[in-house]
Design a protein around this ligand. Sequence first.
Ligand code: PRT
Ligand code: ZN
Length: 297
Amino acid sequence: MRERERLRIAVQKSGRLGDPSRELLARCGLRFRESRDKLFCYGESMAIDLLLVRDDDIPGLIDEGVCDLGFVGRNVLGEYMLDNPSEHGGLHEIQALGFGACRLSIAIPQESEWEGPAQLAGKRIATTYPKLLCGWLVRNNVVATAVALSGSVEIAPRLGSADLICDLVSSGATLQANQLKEAAVVLQSEAVLVGAATVPDGERGKLLKQLLRRLDSVRNVRASRLVILQAPRDAATIIAGLLPGCPQPTVTTIDGMPDQIAMQAVCSGDVNWHHLEAMKRAGARSLLVLPVEMMLA
Ligand code: PRT
Ligand code: ZN
């Protein structure tokens, strides 16, 4: 069989992760043409295509070599990896993507007190993530039963099929609506980029590395701000020390004002009013904070 030359990424078709995943790829400069059945997107700007699928299928598609990369929740990836110790060299989380944050948590009835893992002994816990739950129970020396369900976990206690639940939580509103409360976090999750443990050879390998560099850059840009200011020359060192993220600022002279400087710096992380006020007290003026659109080191 001829080696596939185009890189293929598995993305959730609909649901919580579909849109943010595709937005992130668009920010990396990738443009696609969707097939009529909306299951395949042909990469027009680079030889990178998308397969639009259910999130649960993403780890398997990479494991089988159908796709090279995927955007999926750490919860889905973690459960798959525990369930399928791979014959194909394994999958790995390449990087966290900063969206889709949630927790896989054990929830107990609102009226119960949480006294620690030991109180779960002998209980039946309904979950869609039995392997992750069992791992947590073992690590906490608790003998309890994971009742594997494919959905509607939160109603299991009312139906009598379980005593407690272990489910994904973000705002906590669903737990509250079911008279439950979060007791212990089994896994902190968010969307992650997953790939095979071995990088493909040839053209696909080059594309993969190029895409990872762009994803890194998009992530850095998101967390970066360009700070521009003017200040007396003798305050420059103090002001540079107040810039968040310890950047190396560029300092230039201002024509006709030998005792004044202009400074600009790309700061990583949050630049807030507190930072600006501290710089102003140190002598800075004409302070500007701008978002960064693109960055290539
Ligand atoms: O159809 P497909 O199988 O592709 O989608 P799906 O229905 O299985 O997945 P989807 O789109 O619901 O979730 C995809 C991924 O988003 C999950 O695997 C998580 O990694 C992540 N994610 C982030 C969440 C949540 N937040 C979340 N809140 N997944 C599910 N929920 C559920 C939660 O279990 C609760 O029942 O949403 C409900 C509301 O949460 P609260 O706490 O805000 O009330
Ligand atoms: Zn799913």
